[in-house]
Design a protein around this ligand. Structure first.
Ligand code: A2P
Length: 274
């Protein structure tokens, strides 16, 4: 079964899940149902993805007990502020058909609005109410994290950032580690924007272990201690991405992959959209 990562608030999160970013709302229920059949229990959605309802329907009809599931959603940029965040949270729960989520995140800091501290206080109250078991942030860089640490009471349980071997965000990842904030890696396979899966540092270990390149990249994340939720619309790849617990990368293999960013071998960093 999937290992769990301990969070700084005493709860734990399955280290591998299924992400539904960019998954068509009309396809979400079917794909999440497939993922549940494959064995996934952790799902990462967001209000802005427009597919919370599909996630909710799939989990409701799966018969899987609520305690086995781990569901994350996020407050979108135009819902920052105390009351707006409360309302957005209620609406997300309603669409999900749940009475609590496991993890609620601020999707982006949106520093130009300068409201993320207030939004964070709303999330603290939501956690206090028990309707979000854990709270965290997404796409927060060091200055944004530092400000929450300076001005608020609860340390985020996670920071969900774009992270993969060609884009490792070392400053943010180190800051998170120093402060007990777990790192969730979005776009763990490079979203098809990087030639990751063809690099010899990935293909070599894949051949050596009898695994696919994507499985090697996911193993790298897991062995670094990151939480990952690769997405795919293909059921065979969904199963492949879940089948990563029967092999281990050696220290040398890990190091060669970790060196990809320093050597600039993963391709240049395209502008990230979400
Ligand atoms: P597809 O839906 O056709 O499988 P990320 O998780 O980094 O955002 O990457 C998602 C992209 O990686 C999607 O384009 C998905 O395409 C592709 N992908 C997901 N799993 C695999 C896999 N096991 N092998 C190859 N490509 C994959």
């Amino acid at each position: 079964s999937v290992p769990r990562i301990q969070l700084n608030d005493g709860s734990s999160i399955p280290q591998l899940g299924f992400g539904v970013f960019k998954i068509d709302p009309d396809e979400t229920e079917r794909l999440v149902t497939d993922a549940l059949e494959v064995g996934y229990r952790h799902f990462d959605t967001a209000r802005i993805y427009g597919n919370e309802q599909g996630v909710g329907r799939a989990v409701a009809s799966s018969g899987v007990s609520r305690e086995e599931l781990y569901i994350t959603t996020k407050v979108w940029n135009d819902d920052h502020g105390m009351q707006s965040a409360f309302d957005a949270f209620d609406a997300s729960l309603e669409r999900l058909g749940l009475d609590y989520v496991d993890l609620y995140l601020i999707h982006w800091p949106v520093p130009a609005q300068d409201r993320y501290v207030e939004t964070w206080r709303a999330l603290e109250a939501i956690r206090e109410s028990g309707r979000a078991r854990s709270i965290g942030v997404s796409n927060f860089l060091v200055p944004h994290l530092q400000r929450l640490l300076d001005e608020t009471a609860v340390v985020p349980a996670v920071d969900q950032i774009e992270l993969h071997p060609a884009h490792q965000q070392p400053a943010t990842a180190a800051f998170a580690a120093d402060h007990g904030i777990a790192v969730e890696a979005w776009g763990p396979l490079g979203q098809g924007k990087y030639p990751l899966l063809e690099l010899p540092e990935i293909v070599g270990p894949a051949a050596a272990h009898g695994k696919a390149p994507a499985q090697v990249v996911l193993r790298w994340h897991l062995q670094r201690g990151y939480i990952v939720f690769p997405k795919t619309t293909n059921r065979a790849r969904m199963a492949q991405n879940f089948d990563v617990f029967d092999f281990e990368l050696s220290d040398d293999e890990m190091q060669a992959i970790s060196d990809l960013e320093r050597e600039g071998r993963g391709g240049s960093h395209p502008d990230s959209v979400n």
